[in-house]
Ligand binder design. Structure first.
Ligand SMILES: NC(=O)c1ccc[n+]([C@@H]2O[C@H](COP(=O)([O-])OP(=O)(O)OC[C@H]3O[C@@H](n4cnc5c(N)ncnc54)[C@H](O)[C@@H]3O)[C@@H](O)[C@H]2O)c1
Length: 371
Protein backbone atom coordinates (compact mmCIF):
# COMPACT_ATOMS: atom_id res chain seq x y z
CA UNK A 1 0.00 0.00 0.00
CA UNK A 2 1.10 3.60 -0.53
CA UNK A 3 0.61 5.56 2.69
CA UNK A 4 0.67 9.35 2.74
CA UNK A 5 1.58 11.55 5.73
CA UNK A 6 0.78 15.22 5.03
CA UNK A 7 1.91 18.11 7.21
CA UNK A 8 -0.93 19.25 9.49
CA UNK A 9 -2.34 22.60 8.46
CA UNK A 10 -4.94 23.25 11.16
CA UNK A 11 -4.12 26.28 13.33
CA UNK A 12 -1.59 25.46 16.09
CA UNK A 13 -1.51 21.76 15.20
CA UNK A 14 2.02 20.51 15.67
CA UNK A 15 1.58 16.72 15.79
CA UNK A 16 2.11 14.34 12.88
CA UNK A 17 0.28 11.12 11.90
CA UNK A 18 3.20 8.65 11.68
CA UNK A 19 6.65 8.77 13.34
CA UNK A 20 9.92 7.54 11.78
CA UNK A 21 9.51 4.31 13.84
CA UNK A 22 6.17 3.71 12.12
CA UNK A 23 7.69 4.43 8.71
CA UNK A 24 10.41 1.85 9.38
CA UNK A 25 7.89 -0.86 10.33
CA UNK A 26 5.73 -0.11 7.26
CA UNK A 27 8.72 0.00 4.89
CA UNK A 28 10.05 -3.29 6.26
CA UNK A 29 6.65 -4.83 5.58
CA UNK A 30 6.91 -3.75 1.93
CA UNK A 31 4.72 -0.62 1.97
CA UNK A 32 5.69 2.75 0.54
CA UNK A 33 5.39 5.81 2.79
CA UNK A 34 5.24 9.34 1.37
CA UNK A 35 5.91 12.08 3.93
CA UNK A 36 5.36 15.75 3.11
CA UNK A 37 8.40 17.99 3.59
CA UNK A 38 8.66 19.23 7.23
CA UNK A 39 5.61 17.15 8.26
CA UNK A 40 7.26 16.07 11.54
CA UNK A 41 9.36 19.14 12.22
CA UNK A 42 7.22 20.61 15.02
CA UNK A 43 7.19 17.21 16.75
CA UNK A 44 11.02 17.11 16.51
CA UNK A 45 11.20 14.56 13.66
CA UNK A 46 13.28 15.80 10.71
CA UNK A 47 12.92 14.88 7.04
CA UNK A 48 16.26 13.07 7.42
CA UNK A 49 14.81 10.96 10.27
CA UNK A 50 11.95 9.92 7.99
CA UNK A 51 14.20 9.32 5.00
CA UNK A 52 16.58 7.12 7.05
CA UNK A 53 13.56 5.11 8.17
CA UNK A 54 12.61 4.45 4.54
CA UNK A 55 10.15 7.24 3.66
CA UNK A 56 10.10 9.22 0.45
CA UNK A 57 9.96 12.95 1.18
CA UNK A 58 7.45 14.68 -1.07
CA UNK A 59 7.46 18.44 -1.65
CA UNK A 60 3.74 19.14 -1.84
CA UNK A 61 0.59 18.13 0.00
CA UNK A 62 -1.06 17.74 -3.40
CA UNK A 63 1.29 14.88 -4.32
CA UNK A 64 1.05 13.16 -0.91
CA UNK A 65 -2.75 13.09 -1.10
CA UNK A 66 -2.79 12.37 -4.83
CA UNK A 67 -0.47 9.36 -4.80
CA UNK A 68 -1.47 7.69 -1.52
CA UNK A 69 -3.98 4.84 -1.12
CA UNK A 70 -4.36 5.79 2.55
CA UNK A 71 -3.68 9.16 4.18
CA UNK A 72 -2.83 9.13 7.90
CA UNK A 73 -3.27 12.46 9.69
CA UNK A 74 -3.95 13.85 13.17
CA UNK A 75 -6.74 16.45 12.87
CA UNK A 76 -9.79 16.56 10.63
CA UNK A 77 -9.06 18.04 7.18
CA UNK A 78 -9.58 21.79 6.86
CA UNK A 79 -11.19 23.47 3.87
CA UNK A 80 -8.05 23.82 1.79
CA UNK A 81 -7.58 20.01 2.01
CA UNK A 82 -11.09 19.16 0.78
CA UNK A 83 -9.93 19.45 -2.85
CA UNK A 84 -7.59 16.48 -2.29
CA UNK A 85 -10.47 14.04 -1.63
CA UNK A 86 -11.09 11.42 -4.31
CA UNK A 87 -13.01 8.18 -4.73
CA UNK A 88 -11.47 5.17 -3.00
CA UNK A 89 -9.10 7.16 -0.78
CA UNK A 90 -8.85 5.88 2.81
CA UNK A 91 -8.50 8.66 5.38
CA UNK A 92 -7.44 7.67 8.91
CA UNK A 93 -7.47 10.58 11.40
CA UNK A 94 -9.51 12.35 14.10
CA UNK A 95 -12.62 13.44 12.17
CA UNK A 96 -15.10 14.77 14.80
CA UNK A 97 -17.74 14.94 12.05
CA UNK A 98 -20.85 15.60 14.18
CA UNK A 99 -20.50 19.42 14.11
CA UNK A 100 -18.95 19.49 10.60
CA UNK A 101 -21.67 18.94 7.96
CA UNK A 102 -19.62 20.49 5.13
CA UNK A 103 -16.67 18.15 5.70
CA UNK A 104 -19.11 15.23 5.99
CA UNK A 105 -20.73 16.12 2.66
CA UNK A 106 -17.34 16.41 0.92
CA UNK A 107 -16.27 12.98 2.20
CA UNK A 108 -19.58 11.52 1.04
CA UNK A 109 -19.66 13.09 -2.43
CA UNK A 110 -16.05 12.10 -3.09
CA UNK A 111 -16.70 8.56 -1.72
CA UNK A 112 -13.78 8.71 0.73
CA UNK A 113 -13.53 5.92 3.33
CA UNK A 114 -13.29 8.05 6.48
CA UNK A 115 -12.10 6.13 9.55
CA UNK A 116 -12.20 8.28 12.68
CA UNK A 117 -9.76 7.77 15.57
CA UNK A 118 -12.34 8.98 18.06
CA UNK A 119 -14.97 6.31 17.35
CA UNK A 120 -12.70 3.23 17.28
CA UNK A 121 -13.41 0.98 20.28
CA UNK A 122 -11.35 -1.76 21.88
CA UNK A 123 -12.62 -5.04 23.35
CA UNK A 124 -13.31 -3.36 26.72
CA UNK A 125 -15.56 -0.87 24.95
CA UNK A 126 -13.25 2.08 25.69
CA UNK A 127 -11.97 4.57 23.11
CA UNK A 128 -8.27 3.69 22.86
CA UNK A 129 -7.33 6.49 20.48
CA UNK A 130 -8.72 9.17 22.80
CA UNK A 131 -7.05 7.84 25.96
CA UNK A 132 -3.46 8.94 25.19
CA UNK A 133 -4.49 12.58 24.73
CA UNK A 134 -6.39 12.51 28.04
CA UNK A 135 -3.25 11.13 29.67
CA UNK A 136 -1.19 13.98 28.23
CA UNK A 137 -3.74 16.68 29.14
CA UNK A 138 -4.26 15.27 32.65
CA UNK A 139 -0.55 15.29 33.45
CA UNK A 140 -0.07 18.69 31.80
CA UNK A 141 -2.94 20.24 33.75
CA UNK A 142 -0.93 20.13 36.99
CA UNK A 143 2.25 21.51 35.37
CA UNK A 144 0.24 24.36 33.88
CA UNK A 145 -1.65 24.95 37.12
CA UNK A 146 1.59 25.03 39.15
CA UNK A 147 3.01 27.60 36.76
CA UNK A 148 -0.11 29.85 36.95
CA UNK A 149 0.02 29.70 40.75
CA UNK A 150 3.24 31.72 40.53
CA UNK A 151 2.80 35.42 41.34
CA UNK A 152 4.19 36.62 38.00
CA UNK A 153 1.43 34.73 36.16
CA UNK A 154 -1.40 36.08 38.32
CA UNK A 155 -1.51 33.29 40.91
CA UNK A 156 -1.42 33.27 44.72
CA UNK A 157 2.35 32.77 44.76
CA UNK A 158 2.08 29.26 46.13
CA UNK A 159 4.54 26.43 45.53
CA UNK A 160 2.62 23.23 44.85
CA UNK A 161 4.75 21.00 47.08
CA UNK A 162 5.36 23.56 49.86
CA UNK A 163 8.68 23.24 51.75
CA UNK A 164 9.53 21.84 55.20
CA UNK A 165 7.61 23.98 57.70
CA UNK A 166 5.18 25.31 55.04
CA UNK A 167 2.17 23.24 53.97
CA UNK A 168 1.78 22.18 50.33
CA UNK A 169 -0.92 23.53 48.02
CA UNK A 170 -4.37 21.93 47.89
CA UNK A 171 -5.49 20.50 44.54
CA UNK A 172 -9.09 19.53 43.80
CA UNK A 173 -9.68 17.34 40.74
CA UNK A 174 -13.26 17.08 39.46
CA UNK A 175 -13.73 13.79 37.58
CA UNK A 176 -11.64 10.71 38.34
CA UNK A 177 -11.31 9.24 34.83
CA UNK A 178 -8.20 9.26 32.62
CA UNK A 179 -7.58 13.02 32.92
CA UNK A 180 -8.27 13.02 36.67
CA UNK A 181 -6.12 10.00 37.46
CA UNK A 182 -3.17 11.35 35.51
CA UNK A 183 -3.55 14.78 37.12
CA UNK A 184 -3.59 13.09 40.54
CA UNK A 185 -0.37 11.20 39.80
CA UNK A 186 1.52 14.38 38.94
CA UNK A 187 0.00 16.47 41.74
CA UNK A 188 0.89 13.83 44.34
CA UNK A 189 4.34 13.47 42.79
CA UNK A 190 4.89 17.21 43.24
CA UNK A 191 3.88 16.95 46.88
CA UNK A 192 0.43 18.59 46.76
CA UNK A 193 -2.55 17.55 48.90
CA UNK A 194 -5.09 16.09 46.52
CA UNK A 195 -8.85 15.62 46.60
CA UNK A 196 -10.59 13.86 43.73
CA UNK A 197 -14.33 14.21 43.16
CA UNK A 198 -16.40 11.72 41.13
CA UNK A 199 -20.02 10.69 40.83
CA UNK A 200 -19.13 7.04 40.37
CA UNK A 201 -18.52 5.47 43.78
CA UNK A 202 -16.90 2.38 42.26
CA UNK A 203 -14.39 4.64 40.54
CA UNK A 204 -13.67 6.34 43.87
CA UNK A 205 -13.08 2.90 45.43
CA UNK A 206 -10.63 2.04 42.64
CA UNK A 207 -8.82 5.37 43.08
CA UNK A 208 -8.59 4.81 46.82
CA UNK A 209 -6.93 1.45 46.11
CA UNK A 210 -4.69 2.72 43.29
CA UNK A 211 -3.33 5.58 45.36
CA UNK A 212 -3.33 3.59 48.57
CA UNK A 213 -5.04 6.30 50.60
CA UNK A 214 -2.59 9.06 49.55
CA UNK A 215 -5.45 11.19 48.20
CA UNK A 216 -8.92 11.99 49.52
CA UNK A 217 -11.86 10.74 47.47
CA UNK A 218 -15.03 12.83 47.54
CA UNK A 219 -18.55 11.94 46.32
CA UNK A 220 -19.75 14.49 43.77
CA UNK A 221 -22.56 16.75 45.02
CA UNK A 222 -22.81 20.53 45.12
CA UNK A 223 -22.21 20.73 48.90
CA UNK A 224 -18.96 18.74 48.68
CA UNK A 225 -17.78 20.51 45.51
CA UNK A 226 -18.37 23.97 47.06
CA UNK A 227 -16.33 23.05 50.14
CA UNK A 228 -13.51 21.41 48.16
CA UNK A 229 -13.16 24.27 45.67
CA UNK A 230 -13.28 26.98 48.38
CA UNK A 231 -10.24 25.53 50.16
CA UNK A 232 -8.22 24.70 47.02
CA UNK A 233 -5.35 26.52 45.35
CA UNK A 234 -5.77 24.60 42.09
CA UNK A 235 -8.99 23.15 40.66
CA UNK A 236 -8.81 20.81 37.65
CA UNK A 237 -11.91 19.94 35.60
CA UNK A 238 -11.91 16.46 34.01
CA UNK A 239 -15.57 15.43 33.89
CA UNK A 240 -16.99 13.58 30.90
CA UNK A 241 -20.43 12.28 30.07
CA UNK A 242 -19.74 10.54 26.73
CA UNK A 243 -21.51 12.14 23.80
CA UNK A 244 -22.95 15.00 25.89
CA UNK A 245 -21.92 18.51 26.82
CA UNK A 246 -20.06 18.53 30.16
CA UNK A 247 -22.31 19.32 33.16
CA UNK A 248 -21.42 22.49 35.10
CA UNK A 249 -20.20 20.97 38.35
CA UNK A 250 -18.47 24.12 39.64
CA UNK A 251 -20.94 27.01 39.53
CA UNK A 252 -20.30 30.78 39.29
CA UNK A 253 -20.93 31.35 43.03
CA UNK A 254 -18.50 28.52 43.84
CA UNK A 255 -15.82 30.24 41.73
CA UNK A 256 -16.58 33.54 43.53
CA UNK A 257 -16.06 31.66 46.81
CA UNK A 258 -12.56 30.48 45.83
CA UNK A 259 -9.36 32.08 47.16
CA UNK A 260 -8.06 35.11 45.21
CA UNK A 261 -5.19 34.00 42.98
CA UNK A 262 -6.36 30.38 42.93
CA UNK A 263 -6.18 28.68 39.53
CA UNK A 264 -8.71 26.70 37.48
CA UNK A 265 -7.61 24.41 34.62
CA UNK A 266 -10.75 23.13 32.88
CA UNK A 267 -9.52 20.26 30.71
CA UNK A 268 -13.13 19.31 29.88
CA UNK A 269 -13.49 22.59 27.97
CA UNK A 270 -13.49 20.67 24.66
CA UNK A 271 -16.94 19.40 25.71
CA UNK A 272 -18.06 22.84 26.90
CA UNK A 273 -16.28 22.73 30.28
CA UNK A 274 -17.42 21.53 33.71
CA UNK A 275 -16.83 24.92 35.35
CA UNK A 276 -19.50 27.55 34.72
CA UNK A 277 -17.05 30.44 34.27
CA UNK A 278 -14.87 28.54 31.77
CA UNK A 279 -14.74 29.55 28.11
CA UNK A 280 -12.48 28.10 25.40
CA UNK A 281 -9.02 29.66 25.04
CA UNK A 282 -6.05 29.05 22.72
CA UNK A 283 -2.32 28.49 23.18
CA UNK A 284 -1.67 32.06 21.99
CA UNK A 285 -4.04 33.54 24.61
CA UNK A 286 -4.53 30.75 27.15
CA UNK A 287 -5.77 32.42 30.35
CA UNK A 288 -8.11 35.05 31.82
CA UNK A 289 -9.43 35.98 35.24
CA UNK A 290 -12.89 35.82 36.81
CA UNK A 291 -13.44 36.98 40.42
CA UNK A 292 -9.68 36.99 40.98
CA UNK A 293 -9.39 33.34 39.94
CA UNK A 294 -7.07 32.54 37.01
CA UNK A 295 -8.72 30.35 34.34
CA UNK A 296 -6.78 28.23 31.80
CA UNK A 297 -9.14 26.54 29.31
CA UNK A 298 -7.16 25.55 26.21
CA UNK A 299 -9.13 23.13 24.06
CA UNK A 300 -6.13 21.30 22.56
CA UNK A 301 -3.65 21.13 25.43
CA UNK A 302 -1.60 18.23 23.95
CA UNK A 303 -0.48 20.47 21.06
CA UNK A 304 1.81 22.26 23.54
CA UNK A 305 3.93 19.12 23.89
CA UNK A 306 3.86 17.75 20.32
CA UNK A 307 6.82 15.40 20.66
CA UNK A 308 5.27 13.53 23.60
CA UNK A 309 1.76 13.81 22.15
CA UNK A 310 2.75 12.49 18.72
CA UNK A 311 4.56 9.54 20.29
CA UNK A 312 1.63 8.82 22.64
CA UNK A 313 -0.94 9.12 19.85
CA UNK A 314 0.98 7.04 17.32
CA UNK A 315 1.72 4.30 19.89
CA UNK A 316 -2.05 3.86 19.98
CA UNK A 317 -2.90 4.48 16.30
CA UNK A 318 -0.04 2.57 14.68
CA UNK A 319 -1.34 -1.00 15.19
CA UNK A 320 -4.49 0.06 13.31
CA UNK A 321 -2.46 1.76 10.54
CA UNK A 322 -0.42 -1.40 10.17
CA UNK A 323 -3.47 -3.65 9.96
CA UNK A 324 -5.20 -1.38 7.43
CA UNK A 325 -2.03 -1.41 5.31
CA UNK A 326 -1.49 -5.16 5.58
CA UNK A 327 -5.03 -6.27 4.87
CA UNK A 328 -6.43 -3.36 2.88
CA UNK A 329 -9.29 -1.25 4.25
CA UNK A 330 -12.18 -3.56 3.33
CA UNK A 331 -10.70 -6.73 4.87
CA UNK A 332 -9.50 -4.85 7.96
CA UNK A 333 -12.96 -3.29 8.46
CA UNK A 334 -14.62 -6.70 8.11
CA UNK A 335 -12.11 -8.45 10.36
CA UNK A 336 -11.80 -5.98 13.25
CA UNK A 337 -14.79 -4.84 15.33
CA UNK A 338 -12.83 -1.82 16.57
CA UNK A 339 -11.88 -0.55 13.10
CA UNK A 340 -15.45 -1.15 11.94
CA UNK A 341 -16.70 1.18 14.69
CA UNK A 342 -14.27 3.77 13.37
CA UNK A 343 -15.77 3.92 9.88
CA UNK A 344 -17.82 7.13 9.58
CA UNK A 345 -18.11 7.36 5.77
CA UNK A 346 -17.87 4.60 3.15
CA UNK A 347 -18.49 4.69 -0.58
CA UNK A 348 -20.72 7.76 -0.38
CA UNK A 349 -22.74 6.55 2.64
CA UNK A 350 -22.70 7.86 6.20
CA UNK A 351 -22.01 4.86 8.43
CA UNK A 352 -21.98 6.31 11.96
CA UNK A 353 -25.33 6.67 13.67
CA UNK A 354 -24.42 9.48 16.11
CA UNK A 355 -23.03 11.67 13.29
CA UNK A 356 -26.13 11.00 11.16
CA UNK A 357 -28.41 11.94 14.06
CA UNK A 358 -26.61 15.16 14.83
CA UNK A 359 -26.82 16.22 11.16
CA UNK A 360 -30.32 14.76 10.52
CA UNK A 361 -28.96 12.63 7.68
CA UNK A 362 -29.66 9.01 6.72
CA UNK A 363 -27.10 6.36 7.54
CA UNK A 364 -26.35 2.67 6.82
CA UNK A 365 -24.50 0.22 9.05
CA UNK A 366 -21.11 -0.55 7.55
CA UNK A 367 -21.73 -4.30 8.03
CA UNK A 368 -24.75 -4.08 5.68
CA UNK A 369 -22.77 -2.16 3.08
CA UNK A 370 -19.97 -4.70 3.08
CA UNK A 371 -22.17 -7.80 3.26
N1 LIG B 1 -8.54 20.22 26.66
C1 LIG B 1 -7.86 19.23 26.09
O1 LIG B 1 -6.88 19.45 25.39
C2 LIG B 1 -8.29 17.81 26.33
C3 LIG B 1 -7.44 16.75 26.04
C4 LIG B 1 -7.86 15.45 26.32
C5 LIG B 1 -9.12 15.24 26.88
N2 LIG B 1 -9.94 16.30 27.13
C6 LIG B 1 -11.27 16.16 27.73
O2 LIG B 1 -11.19 15.89 29.13
C7 LIG B 1 -12.45 15.34 29.55
C8 LIG B 1 -12.22 14.13 30.45
O3 LIG B 1 -11.71 13.07 29.65
P1 LIG B 1 -11.40 11.64 30.30
O4 LIG B 1 -10.72 10.85 29.21
O5 LIG B 1 -10.74 11.79 31.61
O6 LIG B 1 -12.86 11.04 30.52
P2 LIG B 1 -13.25 9.79 31.42
O7 LIG B 1 -14.51 9.25 30.87
O8 LIG B 1 -12.09 8.86 31.56
O9 LIG B 1 -13.53 10.42 32.86
C9 LIG B 1 -14.61 11.26 33.15
C10 LIG B 1 -14.98 11.09 34.60
O10 LIG B 1 -15.97 12.07 34.93
C11 LIG B 1 -16.80 11.49 35.91
N3 LIG B 1 -18.04 12.24 36.07
C12 LIG B 1 -19.16 12.23 35.30
N4 LIG B 1 -20.09 13.05 35.84
C13 LIG B 1 -19.56 13.58 36.97
C14 LIG B 1 -19.99 14.50 37.95
N5 LIG B 1 -21.24 15.02 37.89
N6 LIG B 1 -19.18 14.82 38.97
C15 LIG B 1 -17.95 14.31 39.04
N7 LIG B 1 -17.45 13.43 38.14
C16 LIG B 1 -18.24 13.08 37.12
C17 LIG B 1 -17.01 10.07 35.38
O11 LIG B 1 -17.50 9.21 36.40
C18 LIG B 1 -15.59 9.71 34.94
O12 LIG B 1 -14.84 9.07 35.97
C19 LIG B 1 -13.20 15.04 28.24
O13 LIG B 1 -14.11 16.06 27.96
C20 LIG B 1 -12.10 15.01 27.20
O14 LIG B 1 -12.60 15.28 25.89
C21 LIG B 1 -9.54 17.57 26.86
Amino acid sequence: MIIGVPKEVKDHESRVGITPAGVKALSEAGHKVLVETHAGELSAFTDDDYQSAGAEIVGSAHNVWGLADMVVKVKEPVEKEYGFFREGLVLFTYLHLAPLPVLTDKLLTKKVTGIAYETIRDRQGTLPLLTPMSEVAGRMSVQVGASYLEKERGGRGVLLGGVPGVPPAKVCIIGGGIVGTNAAKVALGMGARVKIVDLNLNRLRELDDIFNGRLITVASNSYNVARATAESDLVIGGVLIPGAAAPKIVTKPMVAGMKKGAVIVDVAIDQGGCIETARPTTHSDPSYEVDGVVHYCVTNMPAAVPNTSTLALTNATFPYVFRLAREGAKAAILGDDGIREGVNTYNGKLTYNAVAQSQSKPWRAIRELLA
